[in-house]
Design a protein around this ligand. Structure first.
Ligand SMILES: [Zn+2]
Length: 339
């Protein structure tokens, strides 16, 4: 019994008491407020890359028409849509290679060599409208359907099966936040047409107001207004690169002088043509024009336009020369460019 009492010694009692103590209270919260964790840093979206211009040129038998791919690293706009379906299909492949769906197409003027291909392009990229300025759209809407059947006779299976729908462009085209200025011109190469200025790269997509070693289309015989437009660009436009509607993809201001020389050279040579009847006159004028610029491409443009040019540039016996369509004073591109 004594032994059992010894076993319950004070030491053992102390241990027992210690085991029954309540747990220590948790440490007091610090009086200093705890800083919330920093918010995750969200990077601002990177600015789009610079605008570049790439070209698709049709073969000479399809009139060496240029379509331009205006793009940055995210978006793409295609200017002008080719004439024949095989060329339009080639353009579709070039667009697909960019891995971008076009946000828009743009038509510079209502000539079939620039709009026929839009039907195939719209089938390939149905989300992209074909834009045109008010004057170009009005002419397109009035005339384009009517050009389909006559051109089918000339182009055969290469002609489109239908005509694209064109949407009115209100304001400017836009790419990556940059406004691409669209300027409508009256008279010159055609009754109404539009050019596109890209300020950040000092470029002008000139439509058919410029040709690069390709026969200038003189059908409306409005060389005076045409040269007037080009002279205005020379005076003050900030552009350093010009993209023509046909032929080599780009040029500097020398392309403006080259086109002025071509228009003047054509008019001067054809003025020398003689012939006892219309057929002989056309044949003589063709010979003179071909000899003046023997290396220029797309001689079919002479075949398609010479008779009309002679009619409107020369007074008929006892009458006046036919007036060119909607000739107007040149637009002061230089002044607009300085805004
Ligand atoms: Zn053209």
């Amino acid at each position: 019994m004594v032994l059992r009492l010894l076993a319950l010694s004070p030491l053992a009692f102390v241990f027992a008491c210690a085991a029954s103590q309540p747990p220590a209270p948790p440490p007091q919260a610090s009086a200093t407020p705890v800083e919330p964790p920093p918010a995750p840093v969200v990077a601002a979206p990177a600015a789009p890359g610079p605008i570049t211009v790439d070209v698709f040129t049709a073969p000479d038998e399809a009139s060496a028409v240029n379509s331009y791919l205006v793009q940055n690293d995210r978006e793409l706009i295609v200017v002008d849509g080719q004439m024949v379906v095989p060329a339009a299909q080639g353009l579709v492949e070039k667009i697909k290679a960019t891995k971008k769906a076009p946000k828009a197409f743009f038509l510079t003027h209502a000539h079939p060599d620039h709009y026929f291909g839009f039907h195939a392009l719209q089938q390939a990229f149905p989300g992209a409208p074909v834009y045109a300025t008010a004057g170009v759209k009005a002419e397109f809407d009035g005339a384009a359907k009517g050009t389909l059947e006559p051109m089918k006779g000339m182009l055969g299976a290469a002609a489109p099966t239908d005509i694209a729908k064109v949407t009115l462009l209100e304001g400017a085209l836009e790419l990556g936040g940059e406004k691409l200025e669209v300027i409508e011109l009256n008279g010159g190469e055609h009754s109404v047409s539009a050019i596109v200025r890209i300020p950040s790269i000092k470029a002008v997509l000139a439509g058919d107001h410029l040709y690069a070693s390709v026969r200038n289309w003189m059908k409306v015989c409005d060389g005076k207004t045409w040269i007037g437009h080009l002279e205005e660009w020379k005076k003050g436009d900030a552009a350093t690169t010009y993209y023509p509607g046909h032929g080599a993809a780009r040029g500097g201001a020398d392309l403006l002088d080259a086109n002025i020389a071509c228009i003047q050279g054509f008019e001067a040579e054809v003025a020398k043509a003689k012939g006892k009847d219309e057929a002989a006159l056309v044949a003589d004028a063709m010979k003179l024009a071909l000899a003046k610029f023997p290396t220029h491409r797309a001689p079919q443009f002479l075949d398609w336009t010479m008779a009309d040019y002679l009619k409107c540039s020369r007074p008929a016996k006892g009458g006046k020369a036919a007036a060119p369509a909607k000739s107007a004073a040149p637009v002061k591109l230089a002044a607009r460019a300085k805004k």
